[in-house]
Write a protein of this length. Structure first.
Length: 366
């Protein structure tokens, strides 16, 4: 039996949200209500100093895939925006009354000019072009904090890895009818991602060691890859070896020995990577990844990997706050009540429909 909270419906959820002053919103597919989730949470903190930005661009009027209207980012007086100056800011500043106060200008967006910190002066819809690189994102968060942001909310994406490496970030995942072609497929794909987010954290994760010069393999006894600078690496006979940078997949498969003890992957773990390693008998006993968003495997390959007894460990386990649900699909919408019924046995966090203001709590959590 699903338990729904309707009166003072967000009180329990707000407590979970307040535990994390940095929130990242990520969707499992296009059109799953990620921005709706962001807007819902922003509204709960309308009277507080919240810094808001995006990984990429927000503010398009229509979805590029289906052409249906997209919800804009909604902001409130006193909140702060981190965005690029050339992304629809100049036209907004020419309006009367002026909707923003420019607090700071620094650096440069690759396409849209200087970074800005804007103070919101009136409730409005906002267009945002935020940092996509981790270093720029961390710098931008620091600027928002300096200007008084007690919380920071980031409109992210599951296929952008950088935001999941932010220390102490809480993650709001969005799923819905567009994740699959049917309810069973939506359930399967969503549960797979939830499983990835629940993978164990390695007690002795291979910290990146000083890599040798170009074309060298750097070595470290036991565990350690500090300074590896994003290189893939393998372990054999308890010794880690960093692979030379710039190698194609087929080339580094030649360098890795047969049946290595472990592999550290710095980038995406795809079906192509899995099959290349399997074909050359280079599948390890254990994979190390920085975060679960690197896993881009189909269900068939993921199940095959587990059937072989191969383990996957993470550097850091992201903190899931809640899972938001969206019924929308251009052809086959699925009511959120049905989505919740299908997902609640597998979810470690509350399921939320922000439009209907409903919460379904995991079994045993109340």
């Amino acid at each position: 039996m699903l338990r729904e909270s309707k009166s003072h419906w967000a009180s329990g959820l707000e407590e979970r949200i307040r535990e994390r002053s940095l929130l990242v919103f990520a969707g499992l597919a296009k059109n799953v209500g990620k921005t709706t989730a962001l807007n819902g949470v922003n509204a709960w903190f309308a009277q507080e100093s919240v810094g808001i930005t995006s990984i990429g661009y927000d503010g398009e009027a229509k979805d590029a895939l289906y052409g249906h209207p997209k919800p804009p980012v909604r902001v409130y007086p006193g909140q702060l925006l981190l965005t690029a100056e050339g992304f629809r800011v100049s036209s907004a500043l020419s309006q009367a009354p002026v909707p923003y106060q420019v607090l700071e200008r620094w650096g440069s967006h690759p396409q849209y000019g200087a970074w800005l910190i804007l103070k919101v002066l009136e409730e409005r819809d906002a267009s945002v072009a935020g940092p996509s690189r981790l270093k720029e994102l961390e710098e931008g968060i620091q600027h928002l904090r300096i200007w008084g942001a007690e919380r920071v909310h980031i409109d992210g994406a599951l296929d952008r890895l950088s935001h999941l490496l932010l220390t102490d970030a809480g993650i709001v995942l969005s799923t819905g009818a567009t994740v699959g072609r049917s309810l069973p497929e939506v359930r399967e794909r969503t549960n797979q991602v939830l499983e990835w987010f629940s993978l164990p954290v390695a007690e002795n994760f291979p910290q990146n060691q000083e890599a040798g010069g170009a074309g060298e393999q750097s070595r470290s006894r036991g565990v350690g890859l500090e300074g590896n600078k994003g290189r893939n690496a393998f372990r054999t006979k308890d010794e880690w070896h960093s692979l030379p940078g710039g190698l194609w997949l087929w080339d580094w498969c030649k360098v890795v020995p047969v049946k290595p003890e472990a592999l550290y992957l710095s980038g995406a773990f795809t079906d192509q990577v899995y099959f290349a390693l399997r074909e050359r008998k280079r599948l390890p006993q254990r994979f190390y990844l920085d975060n679960p968003a690197q896993l881009l495997l189909t269900t068939t390959v993921w199940q095959g990997l587990k059937a072989r007894g191969i383990e996957v460990y993470l550097r850091r386990k992201p903190k899931l706050v809640f899972l938001s649900l969206s019924p929308w699909h251009p052809l086959n919408p699925i009511p959120t009540e049905e989505l919740a019924e299908a997902l609640i046995p597998y979810s470690p966090v509350p399921l939320v429909d922000l439009v209907k203001q409903k919460i379904w709590y995991p079994h045993g959590s109340l």
